[in-house]
Every structure is written in C-alpha cells, then in structure tokens.
Design a protein around this ligand. Structure first.
Ligand code: ADP
Ligand code: MG
Length: 552
C-alpha cells in the first residue's frame, strides 16, 4: 500500500530524523545549562567537547527548538498528504476492481460489504497511517536520541537500548492477542454492515408485516456482538501503554540501583543521559503502540485482501471481436448451472434472425431470465455455445455487444433524478429528441398525470419511489428504446401494466417489427400474439417452439 510512496516516506523520515536530532541536542544543551547554572560556571562543556558561554548556549538551544518545530511541522504536512494519497488510491482500487468484476461476482458479494469497505475500512487505514507516522517519527527521534546519548555515554545507552528491546519482546504476546481479537471484531463489523444494508432495504415489508420489533432485535444482537468484540480488542490494545510504562519504570529502578553503586559516574554525564533515556522511553511507547495498532488492523486487512482477491479472481473477461450490428443469435446446446450445481438451462438450442419478434414463455423459475442473462454475456454457459452473428460470444468484446442490445429487467432499476436522466442512463450520446421519442413510444407520457410529462424537471425519487409500478416499467422500456438498439431483450415488460397500456405497448413493439429484433419474455396472450415464434420452457429445457400463426 505504501510502496509507491517511497520518496515521500523518505522525506518524512528525513524531516523526522533531523527534528529528533534537534530535540536531542536541545535536551543535552538545556541540562548542560541547568548544571552549569547550579555549579555557577560561566562556561559550559557541551557533549563533553564544546565550550560555550551560557548566553550562547541559550541561543543555540533556542535555535534547536525552532528547528525541531519547523521540521516537525513539515513532516506532519507530508504525513497528512501520504494518508490522503493512500486512502484515495485504496478506495479507487476497490471501486475499480468491483466495477471490473463479473456481474455474478458483484451479485454474490453480500449487500453492504462494499460500502463498509469503502467507508469504514478506509477510515481505519487512515487511523493506522497516522499511528504509522507517529511511530516512524518516534522511531527516528529515538534513533537520534540514542545516537546523541552514545556520544555522551555509550555504556548507559547500551543498557537502556537493551532494556527497550526486552520490553518489545515482552509485549509481543499482547500484540498477538490483539491480532486475534481484531479478526473477530472485523468479521462482526461486516455482519452488522450486511444486516443494516439488508434490513434497511426491506422498508415497506417490515412495516406492513409489523415486524419492526424483531428486526430491531436482530440488529441489536449484531450490534452487541460487534460492541463486545470491539471492546475486548480496544482493551487489549490500550493495555499496551500501561504495561509498557510499568515495565519501563521497573527498568529505570534497576538502572538507578546499578548507577548508585557505580561511583565513577559524574553528574554532568548522568543528568543528560537520564533525560535522554526518559524521553527515549516515551518514544519507545509510541513505536510499540504503532506495532500494536498494526496488529489491531489484522482482521481489517485480511478482509480487504480477500475481497480484493475475490473481485480480481472474478474479473470480467471479454473477447476481442467487435460487434458491428445484429444479424443472428444462436443457442447451440447450451447448458448452464449455478455454483450449487443445479442445472438451470438444459441443452437449449434455438436461433433468432434479425427482424424477428421471438417470444419466450414458461412457468416461473423455468430459466427465462437466466437465458436473457446468458445472451447479455452476464453469465457464461457451462456447455454448448452462444453465437452472435455466427461468432462465439466468448470471443466477442462485451462492450461492443452491450451497445447492440437493450435489456429491460424484470425489476425496474431506476436512479434518483429526473425521468430524462433515467432514460439517458449515463449515455451522453443520446439526444433529447431520442429521449422524448422513447418516452412517447413507451407510453411514459401521460394524459392524466401531467407532471410526468415534464421529463426534465420531474424528480422520480430514489429508485423511482414516486412512480407506480407501471410507470417504472414504462420508464425502463423508454431507457431501452432510447438508444435505438438492433436487439431488444424484454423480461416481462408488461407485467405491471393494465390491459389497455399493454395493448398500446404491443402496438409500439409491433410497429418496430422488421426494424429491430425483439426477444420478449412474457406470459401474456396479448404480448405472445405479436411474436413470430414462441419458445416454451420447462425446467430449463425447451419443450416446444410454436410458429405463431395469429401474427401473420
Ligand atoms: N444465484 C443463484 N443460485 C442458484 N440458483 C439460482 C440463482 N439465481 C436463480 N436461481 C434459480 O434459477 C432458476 C431459474 O431462474 P430464472 O431464470 O430467474 O427463472 P424465470 O425467469 O423463468 O422465472 C430458478 O429456479 C432459481 O431458483
Ligand atoms: Mg424471470
């Protein structure tokens, strides 16, 4: 995650290192001044090497404070930039992987997970990076302090360094426990995100069945599990600090008892070294806290990686051949089954020529929608092949194929915005004239509800919540017609319409006869009447194909 930011990290490290050196120098000089003043010396020996007057020393110490502040601020500024870049890039990467994945993979991912990944996880990463920055700056300051302390008194410094190392090793079981607890926290967070996303989409059903109470209880349970797991992890994470401090103090006591027995130590050495060591211990605390924080992200990182791997593994693969028009569609002995193994489409063979209106009928669950999804390239057959213009769909560039058909799904999927935006549906090349024509052909415009006629201004609400079922269906049909594609795939497009509207839609489709090809899934006699041929499905197998004499 940090790899592409090497240069920036180098700059941050450098600024922190210099700031650390400046601080260490300040500490040494100021203890020197204090000792000098108590011994009433007019000149000081700094680092046991340089002789300076007290006034000069004060100025030099001031300069070091200024340097530490300036360098520290520069490092902070660079650090916040690093956090921003990493979080934005990570989010872009997940979004890109998600939209680059197959529709099946997108569908399989539990609701709410992507949102959780994009919002919650990114925030956690930002928290971790801040602690990384602090850890890095403390680490470098610590190194600087140790360097300066070595200069003053190598022996005591080595002992203190050794103590820090022992402390780090002693804290490692706690870090392991944090990692374990973090996994539990992250998975309970995902469960909660999934629960809230799923339940909140139920809306009217919860109200009309009067089940708000049990739904609230279910969510409450998920929340409590999450809360408990998080508390355990937070407790262990925060425990790092008191454990560290208590152990560090014990080491100080031990060090003092050793020093008190060593009569060769002089005060001008012990003073600065003790101050450096105390400061070093606080830096050490911040380094160890970052290491613990990193463990606290174990669960989050594992989920992030497994989600990203899942989407990368299920990347949408597409052929290279461009489709320039639509001549024919052939299903050659196509079999399709879902991951659970049940065959949904069995040895289906049929063909369709340009200009035809083909009906697809059969009982619910017989595989009609699945056949449309196979034609769209949203699913791939397990056996047999689908030929578009005599070319295997696997070899065709899906993007070029998508431009040749329009699919009206069984459940209209609308976006919040105006009717115009819904008909246009992110396709900038569709003109306002085409939009109006499509709205008219799909009977979206209305004699009675005049507000509907203002395509541009009328906001239809989230998911079309301000429209009736029939109006949503007509708007979906208008979206499909607007790009004038050579192939229309319609999945029960009149299921929510009254007989009169259905007849008018059939008239529109009939008028398109010969100009486009239409594959229409329906149970309605009216709709099937306009079809040139009808394929009947039962349990995924084609049972009969009728030539429709009534349409002749
Ligand atoms: N993701 C899935 N995993 C397993 N089975 C599925 C999945 N989606 C749909 N099915 C099954 O596939 C069958 C055909 O579904 P579908 O094509 O939507 O039927 P139709 O449109 O004819 O009503 C149904 O029996 C359904 O239970
Ligand atoms: Mg269906």
């Amino acid at each position: 995650m940090l790899r592409p930011n090497g240069f920036r990290i180098l700059c941050i490290s450098l600024a922190n290192l210099l700031a650390g050196i400046a601080e260490a120098a300040f500490l040494v000089i100021s203890t020197g001044i204090a000792l000098g003043v108590t011994a009433s010396d007019s000149s000081l020996e700094i680092f046991s090497r340089f002789n300076m007057g007290i006034t000069t020393s004060l100025w030099v110490a001031g300069a070091f404070i200024f340097a530490k502040f300036t360098l520290g601020t520069i490092a902070l500024w660079l650090q916040s930039g690093l956090t921003e870049t990493v979080v934005v890039n990570q989010r872009l990467k997940i979004t890109e992987l998600y939209f680059g994945a197959t529709w099946e993979a997108q569908q399989d991912a539990p609701t709410g997970h992507l949102q959780h990944l994009l919002l919650g996880f990114s925030q956690e990463i930002s928290g971790l990076l801040n602690s990384f920055n602090q850890g890095l700056s403390s680490m470098l300051s610590l190194l600087a302090l140790i360097g300066v302390a070595l200069f003053v008194d190598p022996f005591s410094t080595l002992i203190a360094g050794f103590a820090l190392l022992i402390l780090g090793i002693a804290l490692s079981p706690i870090r392991k426990a944090i990692a374990q607890r973090s996994k539990r926290t992250a998975s309970s967070q995902l469960d909660f995100a999934h629960g809230i996303a799923e339940y909140s989409s139920l809306g009217i059903s919860i109200q009309s069945y009067g089940v708000s109470e049990p739904v609230k209880q279910n969510l409450g349970r998920l929340l409590k599990v999450e809360g408990k797991a998080r508390r355990k992890m937070e407790f262990t994470l925060q425990a790092i600090t008191p454990v560290y401090i208590a152990s560090a103090y014990v080491f100080i006591l031990i060090a003092l008892s050793i020093v008190s027995r060593n009569e060769t130590m002089s005060l001008d050495k012990i003073g600065p070294v003790a101050l450096l060591m105390l400061r070093g211990l606080t830096y050490g605390q911040s380094v160890y806290f970052f290491l613990a924080m990193k463990r606290a992200m174990t669960g989050t990182f594992e989920q992030l990686n497994s989600t990203m791997n899942f989407y990368s593994r299920n990347k949408l693969r597409t052929g290279l051949e461009e489709v320039t028009g639509f001549d024919s569609l052939v299903f050659d002995d196509v079999t399709f089954s879902h991951e659970n193994g049940t065959e949904i489409v069995k040895n289906a063979s049929f063909s369709m020529q340009y200009g035809e209106i083909l009906g697809l009928s059969g009982e619910s669950g017989s595989g009609k929608t699945t056949i449309l999804e196979l034609i769209c390239g949203l699913r791939s057959p397990n056996n047999g092949c689908i030929l578009v213009n005599k070319t295997d769909l696997e070899l065709i560039n899906l993007n070029s194929w998508q431009k040749k058909y329009s699919l009206v799904t069984q459940e209209p999927r609308l976006i919040s915005g105006s009717a115009t935006e819904n008909i246009k549906f992110f396709r900038e090349n569709i003109s306002i004239g085409d939009i109006e024509q499509a709205a008219q052909d799909a009977l979206y415009l209305s004699d009675t509800s005049t507000h509907l006629n203002n395509l541009e201004m009328h906001q239809i609400g989230e998911g079309g919540s301000q429209l009736s079922g029939g109006q949503k269906q007509r708007l979906s049909l208008a979206r499909a017609l607007a790009s004038n594609p050579p192939l229309l795939l319609l999945d029960e497009p009149t299921a929510s319409l009254d007989i009169e509207s259905e007849e008018k839609i059939c008239e529109t489709l009939n008028n398109l006869r010969g100009k486009v090809s239409i594959l229409i899934v329906s149970h309605s006699k009216n709709v099937l009447k306009i079809c040139d041929r009808i394929i009947y499905l039962k349990g995924g197998s084609i049972t009969s194909t009728d030539s429709n004499s009534e349409s002749e």
